[in-house]
Design a protein around this ligand. Structure first.
Ligand SMILES: Nc1ncnc2c1ncn2[C@@H]1O[C@H](COP(=O)(O)OP(=O)(O)OP(=O)(O)O)[C@@H](O)[C@H]1O
Length: 332
């Protein structure tokens, strides 16, 4: 387990970029670090690998504080945390094979051992046909797979990814996300991903660390992040719910209606809960907005509906609906 305790980073020019950061990464977990540009995501990732020494605080890997180690101890333990850089950082004068072999050469393994390990790794990454190519001859996806192979070759416990899909097209992005998920599921290695793409969080992460102005604004499961922070995310990251609210407010006022936001999460998302409860209490429902998407494997849905508030069963309807969905919010 990786535990970050009261971490602060102040750059040489006195810029206080990371402020009292606290969170844990459990074994086998995929954690997404998200935030707007300049929030401190890359600084955090580099600090976790001690490429950047923090000003204060602790980085505990299985209980060992990395910030208190001497150079030799740090060199050994660093192998346990690999980083895949945003721009891959492949050495241009080395082939794919030679790039992936580099960490093992530093470890002083024999030529035979290196050959065996690297070939096995290249095979699992579908890179054998490109093993003698130089980085300039590779596609973006191939560069990314080479960088991932190089990070995996020393068998780390934790892999840090800095914006792994930011320069890839949508199809290659999907392939790389599938690959990261497969590595996580087959090896149970913990993975930390810095991203500003909500889709990366939705598709593969278990937990989110939301950085805002250098502080952790939210840490928790992905579904709670999207439910708790929905309005803020819509305002800051994308405009998703495109409803003409002024007309909607007018309509509910004139017709004496209640406007409800219903959040579904997990298996109940696909059940006709709303239909059943509305039928039971004879409440007529006007659906204004609805969406269902997936957070990793779990369905997650939001619906905005209007109901007549003069129905005498409204309170019972609301109570039973609340018991059967993740959350019901009365918006007016
Ligand atoms: N070596 C440095 N010295 C001083 N300030 C720095 C240094 N590196 C980064 N910064 C500043 O720290 C802030 C956070 O940078 P960082 O790259 O960590 O953010 P980020 O969230 O990863 O942003 P982006 O998504 O744009 O990559 C920025 O204002 C940046 O200018």
């Amino acid at each position: 387990m990786l535990e970050i305790k009261d971490l602060n980073l102040i750059y040489e020019d006195n810029y206080h970029v990371l402020k009292d950061i606290n969170f844990k990464v459990e074994d086998g977990e995929i954690v997404g670090i998200i935030g707007l540009s300049g929030a401190g995501k890359t600084s955090l990732l580099r600090t976790l690998n001690l490429l950047q020494v923090p000003t204060s605080g602790k980085i505990l890997l299985d209980g060992v504080d990395l910030t208190s180690l001497d150079k030799e101890e740090l060199r050994k333990i660093r192998k346990k945390i690999s980083i895949v850089f945003q721009h891959f950082n492949l050495l241009s004068s080395r082939t794919v094979f030679q790039n992936v072999a580099l960490p093992l050469e530093i470890e002083d393994l024999s030529k035979k051992e290196i050959e065996e390990k690297v070939n096995k790794m290249l095979e699992s990454m579908n890179l054998i046909p490109r093993k003698d190519a130089y980085p300039s001859q590779l596609s973006g996806g191939e560069k990314q797979r080479t960088a991932i192979a190089r990070a995996l070759i020393s068998n780390p416990d934790i892999i840090l990814f800095d914006e792994p899909t930011s320069s890839l097209d949508p199809k290659t992005t999907q392939k790389i996300l599938d690959l990261i998920l497969e590595i996580n599921q087959s090896t149970r290695k913990s993975i930390l991903i810095v991203t500003h793409e909500m889709d990366v969080i939705k598709k593969i992460c278990d937990k989110v660390v939301y950085l805002k102005n250098g502080y952790v604004n939210f840490v928790g499961p992905v579904h709670e992040f999207f439910i708790e922070k929905e309005t803020e995310l819509n305002n800051e990251f994308y405009q998703e719910i495109n409803i003409d609210w002024s007309k909607t407010w007018e309509m509910v006022r004139n017709k004496n209606q209640k406007l409800l936001k219903i959040v579904f999460w997990g298996s109940k998302t696909h059940e006709p809960v709303l239909y059943d409860v509305a039928k039971k209490y004879d409440v007529s429902v006007n659906i204004l907005y609805g969406k269902i998407e997936h957070l990793k494997d779990s369905p997650y849905g939001t619906m905005i509906i209007a109901i007549n508030s003069d129905n005498s069963h409204v309170e019972n309807f609301l109570k039973e609906l609340s018991e059967n969905v993740y959350k019901v919010e009365v918006l007016n």
